[in-house]
Design a protein around this ligand. Structure first.
Ligand SMILES: Cc1cc2nc3c(=O)[nH]c(=O)nc-3n(C[C@H](O)[C@H](O)[C@H](O)COP(=O)(O)OP(=O)(O)OC[C@H]3O[C@@H](n4cnc5c(N)ncnc54)[C@H](O)[C@@H]3O)c2cc1C
Ligand code: HEM
Length: 431
């Protein structure tokens, strides 16, 4: 259905500072510096997943440490669950004081820490993407209460778990390679956290000021942070509710930064979902939430005047609306073409807002794509329009939509570096 007629790459980080390798005879993880003396205040960077699977040629070009690390990864891959359980068991038995930093119930997302560590170690040669990712992660860890002195404990338990489950191939060289990789990874995180301490709180308190139930399972929640919250349109935050302490989930900002400082989120309650259900069905004005720092690289590149092709599925329309507002505020007359997808017309809970924006801005076109009526999935709907090869593309929605969307966008001639979306790995791990 057509509701109406018409209308850039992640910031790289700096190279990591490699510490002198520890002696293989003493393979413990060395204590980390608490801060880099010259840690630059990094940009709000992408929560990019460190790059796609490695090809054989990448493997051949890999450093000796990366080869050893990948060998370990291949060995532990079939027993990843066991490695995770053992890692946390070691961590909490050896360092019981660290247990209180983690949620009471270690849910299905508990493997994220280990997965990130392993992915980062695996991509240790791909410094540019890795550093931006790790800086973001290090800043984000401030909200958990993570401190520099906690890192060696995590490293020691990681190596303890890996050496147990990769015992068949584990050697002193393997251990030394992991120690070096972990030292590098954790130092980037520690330095980014230290730099961030100088300019931002570890978290923000935010009071719910309005709660608008738009459908049976989607609410627009608006909050007032206790101090200014700087972010860019298209980014997201992490959020904790009083009902699930230390359980954090990501939510995209549904508006560009506003002069009154309020922040809005579109939340869909997913079956048995902890945070989403409490935000949709329980949160009321006066409740106090906590917010982590902003993250994400799905932001408008204001150095070009290319058109924007935006695909928003379900609550994925929230950051797309923020991008439209951002273009409007910059006073540029770039074409912005929004495709808003939903399963049924009832699920198009924000179509009125989008159509109002279209009425005010002649450069904006909004089209609704309803799966059940059009028998066409959101990404494919763009094939009837275009040409798109001069556009920057933005995708937001469920992981499946992002995957097929990237494929379709490449197919219609948009190069990968002009396609922006939040990390699919993150979305998948988030459900
Ligand atoms: C970058 C980013 C931005 C996001 N922005 C938004 C946003 O603006 N609005 C929003 O509502 N959500 C958003 N999410 C998803 C959000 O972070 C949570 O994952 C979601 O709210 C579910 O959390 P939960 O605690 O309720 O569910 P959990 O307790 O984590 O999950 C409980 C169960 O629900 C399943 N589940 C989780 N998500 C879904 C789903 N989408 N559909 C069906 N089943 C699911 C899980 O597999 C699990 O079995 C975003 C995620 C990312 C990574
Ligand atoms: C190189 C080291 C580390 C890496 C790569 C890493 C990675 C991650 C990742 C990816 C997550 C998932 C949520 C998020 O993205 O923020 C996470 C969560 C977490 N990490 Fe880390 N981490 C590291 C070190 C530490 C240390 C030293 C601590 C402190 C003890 C810590 C404590 C936590 C806590 C409390 C959570 C939340 C857990 C949850 O939500 O279940 N991490 N970590």
């Amino acid at each position: 259905m057509s509701a109406a007629a018409p209308g850039p790459g992640p910031a790289p980080g700096s190279a990591p500072h490699l510490q002198a390798p520890p002696s293989p005879a003493d393979p413990r993880v060395p204590a980390q510096r608490s801060a880099s003396s010259q840690a630059a205040a990094p940009e709000a960077t992408a929560l990019q997943a460190p790059s796609p699977p490695l090809s054989q040629s990448t493997f051949q070009d890999a450093s000796p440490d990366a080869v050893l690390i990948r060998r370990t990864m291949a060995e532990v891959a079939p027993v990843a669950d066991k490695v995770t359980s053992y890692f946390y068991a070691l961590l909490f038995v050896r360092h019981p004081d660290l247990r209180s930093l983690f949620p009471a119930a270690m849910d299905a997302q508990r493997d994220r820490l280990l997965k990130a560590l392993l992915t980062a170690a695996e991509h240790i040669d791909n410094t540019e993407v890795l550093v931006a990712y790790l800086q973001n992660l290090g800043r984000g860890h401030r909200k958990y209460g993570t401190r520099a002195e906690h890192y060696p404990a995590v490293g020691e338990c990681l190596i303890g778990a890996l050496s147990k489950y990769a015992s068949g191939i584990w050697t002193a060289e393997t251990e030394a390679a992991w120690v070096r990789a972990y030292t590098t990874i954790s130092q980037v995180m520690i330095d980014a956290a230290a730099a961030d301490e100088l300019r931002a709180p570890a978290w923000w308190y935010a009071e719910v000021v309005s709660h608008d139930l738009r459908t049976r399972d989607v609410a627009v929640v608006t909050v007032r942070p206790d101090q200014p919250y700087p972010f860019l349109a298209g980014q997201y935050t992490s959020l904790e509710t009083p009902w699930w302490p230390r359980v954090w989930r990501h939510y995209s900002f549904a508006s560009a930064p506003r002069s009154d400082g309020l922040l809005s989120f579109h939340v869909k309650a997913v079956p048995t979902g902890w945070l989403s259900n409490s935000l949709v069905h329980r949160a009321r004005p006066g409740d106090i939430l906590r917010l982590g720092p902003p993250a994400g690289s799905m932001t408008v590149d204001h150095t070009t005047d290319s058109g924007l092709l935006c695909l928003g599925g379900g609550t994925g329309i929230a950051p797309i609306k923020a991008l439209v507002e951002d273009v409007a505020e910059h006073g540029e007359r770039r074409r912005v073409e929004v495709f808003y997808g939903a399963r049924t017309d009832l699920d198009l809970y924000d179509i009125d807002t989008m159509l109002r924006l279209q009425q005010s801005h002649p450069w904006l076109s909004v089209r609704a794509v309803i799966d059940q009526q059009a028998h066409v999935q959101l990404p494919d709907a763009i094939r009837d329009y275009g040409p798109w090869n001069e556009f920057d593309a933005y995708l937001s929605g469920p992981p499946g939509m992002i995957r097929s969307g990237v494929h379709t966008l490449r197919d219609v001639g948009i190069p990968s570096e002009r396609i922006r979306h939040d990390s699919v790995e993150e979305l998948v791990s988030a459900g």
